[in-house]
Write a protein that binds this ligand. Structure first.
Ligand SMILES: CC(C)(COP(=O)(O)OP(=O)(O)OC[C@H]1O[C@@H](n2cnc3c(N)ncnc32)[C@H](O)[C@@H]1OP(=O)(O)O)[C@@H](O)C(=O)NCCC(=O)NCCSC(=O)C[C@H](O)C(=O)O
Ligand SMILES: [Mg+2]
Length: 285
């Protein structure tokens, strides 16, 4: 299992047309921001929103928060202008909506050289082609678009997300197989903290790195659920200590809390400590 070096527990969408929200995000404890030029921006606001975003990215300090820009698709009237406007602008990645196949990633890679690419995973074809999308050499992250996926599949909302689990799982498998980050979809009922927490727990259990969010009130829950808990960190340390002691005694297996610990568990334990350290460094910075 390869996991990204930097945390992506909380990834907040902000419509690029909302200047106040972009300003507010500079003080929010989010790991990453998706500045949206796509679905959250009305057609009449696309061009002014793009101009505003470029100015904001050139001048505003977002600290250690990763800056990701979701552009319009190249099959729309705005996509090429979005990419042209972003050339040379400080950002960590460009996010392509509705990616169906690796060729969609390649088209953006050619239009915007030298910038990391993330893919929205939100179409049935994208689910079926998740592995080839994740394998593209410029791809560094995937974002689940569960609203679009639900629309295309004709599913009804269920708290357990049963109809979406195949797509979530396929995308997760692809991301892990190719060592790219993957972030879960949004929880639309942004005043429902209990429902958000349950969906974050489900995403964390599945293996997602974090959750995409639409409102500042959702940030604290995602940060908590997708961070290793104190108990996780303590267990990881005890596993490493026990395994090192077993190895020194010439044994390949240790026992902690009545469960075996082998070298593969040590990989997970080390990843837990590395993630906790990366989060601590982010908080300190
Ligand atoms: C959902 C909202 C429209 C609600 O906005 P609003 O009514 O202004 O909320 P509040 O009054 O509670 O706001 C309180 C303060 O928080 C700031 N704020 C609000 N939202 C954000 C945000 N996203 N980032 C930063 N700051 C935010 C307000 O400015 C207020 O600040 P202050 O003035 O200091 O009091 C709104 O939250 C919103 O627009 N959210 C983002 C929606 C969005 O981006 N949607 C697109 C992404 S989802 C998607 O497309 C998923 C995918 O593609 C799929 O298919 O699933
Ligand atoms: Mg979408």
């Amino acid at each position: 299992m390869t996991q990204p070096a930097r945390p992506f527990r909380s990834v907040l969408y902000i419509p690029a047309s909302r200047e106040r929200a972009m300003e507010k995000a500079r003080g929010l404890p989010v790991d990453a921001i998706i500045f949206d030029l796509e679905d959250a921006v009305a057609p009449d606001e696309k061009a002014p929103g793009r101009d505003l975003l470029v100015q904001v990215l050139r001048t505003a300090d977002y600290g250690q928060r990763a800056r990701i820009v979701r552009v319009n698709g190249l099959d729309t009237q705005w996509g090429r202008d979005d990419l042209a406007a972003l050339a040379g602008v400080p950002l960590e990645a460009v996010l392509i909506p509705k990616v169906n196949r690796a060729a969609d990633v390649e088209a953006v890679a050619q239009a915007l050289p030298g910038v990391a690419i993330w893919a929205m995973m939100e179409t049935p074809l994208g689910m079926l082609n998740a592995a080839e999308i994740a394998a593209h050499p410029r791809l560094e992250g995937m974002v689940m678009g569960t609203n679009d996926l639900a629309k295309d599949l004709g599913t009804r909302f269920r708290p357990d997300r049963l109809p979406l689990l195949t797509g979530l799982g396929l995308s997760l498998l692809a991301a892990r197989a190719h060592g790219v980050a993957i972030v879960d979809g949004v929880y639309n009922a942004f005043r429902d903290a209990e429902g958000l927490r349950a969906e974050c727990e489900q995403g964390r259990d599945m293996g997602f790195d974090g959750k995409t969010l639409i409102h500042p009130d959702q940030v604290a829950i995602a940060n908590e659920v997708f961070a290793p808990s104190e108990a996780d960190v303590a267990l990881a340390r005890r596993q490493i200590e026990a395994f090192e002691a077993a190895a020194a005694a010439g044994q390949g297996v240790a026992v902690v809390d009545g469960k075996i610990v082998e070298n593969l568990h040590i990989v997970t334990a080390q990843a837990t400590l590395a993630k906790a350290a990366a989060i601590a460094a982010l908080s300190a910075g």
